[in-house]
Design a protein. Structure first.
Length: 181
C-alpha cells in the first residue's frame, strides 16, 4: 500500500534496522544477503575508506538513502558522498538522504535482489544523474560500469579483472581481482 514521503521517512528513521526503501510509493525492506555479497560490499567500503581523502568524501555501505523522487528512496550497497553534501546531514536529526547526483553508486548482485537492482534501481540512478554507477556480480566476478558522459548519456563497459579507477574519485584504484577473492 503506498505511503506518503513523510510517512516513509518516519518509518525508515524509527526502524533503522529494517533497511527500508521506497519503490513507487510502497515501503520495501532490503532482504538478507549472501556471504559473498557482504564480503565484496565490505571489501569495497574498506578499500574506498582507506584511499579517499576524508576531508573530501564520505563512504556508505548499506546505509543512508538516495532520493530519486518523493515516491522512490533507495539504499545503494555502496556509495560515495562529497563532503559538502555530507556536512549538512550531520546537523539535522532526520533520515540521512542525498538528493543530488553522487560520484559513485554501487549495487552488488545477490539472489534476493538481482533483478530488482537491474530493473528498478539502476535506471533510477541514471535518471538522477549519478556520475558513475557500478553493478558488481561476485559470483561471475564481473563489474558492469555506467559512466556518465557530458551530454548526460551513459557509456556501459564490462570489467572482468584488473584495476579500475573511478573517474570522479582522484587517487582511488580498485583491484577487482583482490575485491572478488
Amino acid at each position: 500500500m503506498p505511503v506518503s514521503e513523510k510517512a516513509f521517512r518516519k518509518l525508515a528513521l524509527e526502524d533503522p534496522t529494517g533497511h527500508w526503501e521506497l519503490h513507487c510509493g510502497v515501503p520495501r525492506q532490503k532482504p538478507g544477503m549472501t556471504a559473498q555479497h557482504n564480503h565484496v560490499l565490505f571489501g569495497l567500503v574498506g578499500t574506498l575508506f582507506i584511499q579517499l581523502d576524508r576531508s573530501q568524501f564520505e563512504v556508505r555501505g548499506n546505509a543512508g538513502h538516495v532520493r530519486i523522487s518523493s515516491d522512490r528512496y533507495y539504499i545503494p550497497d555502496v556509495f560515495v558522498i562529497p563532503i559538502d553534501l555530507f556536512r549538512p546531514q550531520q546537523a539535522v536529526r532526520e533520515l540521512e538522504t542525498y538528493r543530488t547526483p553522487l560520484p559513485l553508486v554501487v549495487e552488488i548482485w545477490s539472489p534476493s535482489t538481482g533483478e530488482y537492482d537491474i530493473d528498478a534501481k539502476l535506471p533510477q540512478y541514471q535518471a538522477r544523474g549519478d556520475r558513475e554507477i557500478w553493478y558488481l556480480h561476485p559470483y561471475d566476478r564481473t563489474l558492469t560500469r555506467w559512466l556518465q558522459q557530458p551530454d548526460g548519456s551513459y557509456v556501459k563497459s564490462l570489467h572482468t579483472g584488473g584495476q579500475l579507477q573511478p573517474v570522479a574519485l582522484p587517487g582511488v584504484t580498485i583491484d577487482l581481482d583482490t575485491l572478488f577473492d
